[in-house]
Design a protein around this ligand. Structure first.
Ligand code: AMP
Ligand code: MN
Ligand code: MN
Ligand code: MN
Length: 311
């Protein structure tokens, strides 16, 4: 690869809790609507300084994302969002700063993706029972990665067909627990997900904790306790899913459990996402940013040949 001598080899600006970091978003490699390069473009235009692409159960976009970040002068952390089943609920665990070529991580994620097609066929059968036909094929039209058919793709199809006004309504009426297109699914175990991420040199982070509204306070306490016991080290405090009150609550939880804090929009699409890349509130100064813990894993735009850069 050609070396650009003008590229800085050291950070232009030190990392702090005020760094505009966006460490949660999705591309066409999972259920986002933009290619990794287009997200990088949008993130850079919005002032993001440190970016991670965190596709669901996938690391297939990581090299493209890193190259696109560097081409726009942004620092990059590798990322993924692992689907986990904990106490019969789906919990999402973000992995950051891992080696994307780690064999055990890749194998674990492939296994986690494995049941999606069969689940999708069952979802389509459930929807057919309420008169919505052809949903499997319809959802597939929105899928770029055949291993990653998700509820989001079904939601886009149902909106296209006029069954609902927006994807949020589709989830409420058709795709959540007890609704016709909902199929319970066993994802990875919490300890597996944390283990894959840590084994690949990364940090595991509980994503959007306020979204697990079916958990009692006891179950939430169990989630955080077991997460820490497995080696988890972070929690998303500032996310597109949180109200200001949620962020305050989980800032306290981070301190209580000795976790560092992450910040990410969970951006999926210009048309669907309420929170755009890089437009979140700052991380509270009393918390330790996850990017401080991961300082040695941040990939700066650099003159070093990319093939040999560490992950
Ligand atoms: P899946 O992994 O197939 O279960 O799909 C989960 C994805 O569905 C999440 O990552 C979100 O992108 C999306 N999602 C979940 N709940 C909602 C909701 N209420 N409104 C819109 N999108 C949602
Ligand atoms: Mn998603
Ligand atoms: Mn999530
Ligand atoms: Mn997400």
């Amino acid at each position: 690869m050609r070396v650009n001598p003008d590229r800085p080899t050291t950070p232009a600006k030190p990392l702090s809790h005020l760094t505009n970091a966006d460490l949660h978003c999705h591309s066409t490699v999972s259920d986002g609507t933009l290619e990794p390069e287009a997200i990088a473009e949008r993130a850079a235009a919005n002032g993001v300084e440190l970016w991670a692409l965190t596709d669901h159960d996938e690391v297939g976009g990581q090299h493209r994302a890193r190259d696109a970040a560097h081409a726009r002068g942004m620092a990059y952390l590798t990322g993924t969002e692992v689907s986990v089943t904990f106490a019969d609920e789906t919990v999402h665990i973000i992995g950051l700063g891992f080696d994307p070529d780690d064999a055990a991580l890749r194998e674990g994620l492939a296994r986690t993706r494995g049941g999606r097609e069969e689940r999708a066929r069952e979802m389509a059968a459930g929807l057919a029972q309420v008169g919505i036909h052809g949903a499997f094929e319809g959802a597939l039209q929105y899928v770029s990665n055949p291993e990653l058919i998700s509820r989001t793709h079904f939601a886009r199809f149902l909106v296209e067909r006029g069954h609902c006004a927006d994807t949020g309504e589709v989830f409420r009426r058709f795709l959540t627990n007890g609704k016709p297109g909902y199929v319970p699914h066993k994802w990875a175990r919490l300890g597996e997900a944390v283990g894959w991420i840590r084994g690949a040199g990364g940090v595991a982070v509980i994503a959007h904790p306020a979204r697990y509204s079916r958990f009692t306070p006891t179950m939430e306490y169990a989630l955080f306790t077991e997460f820490v016991a497995h080696g988890g080290q972070g929690v998303e405090v500032i996310t597109g899913s949180h109200t200001a009150a949620d962020s305050l609550k989980y800032a306290d939880v981070a301190l209580e459990f000795g976790l560092c804090a992450s910040r990410g929009s969970d951006f999926h699409s210009p048309l669907e996402s309420r929170t755009d890349l890089g437009t979140l509130p700052d991380l509270p100064g009393r918390l330790t940013p996850v990017w401080q813990m991961l300082a040695g894993r941040v990939q700066w735009p650099t003159a070093a040949p990319r093939e040999h850069a560490s992950a």
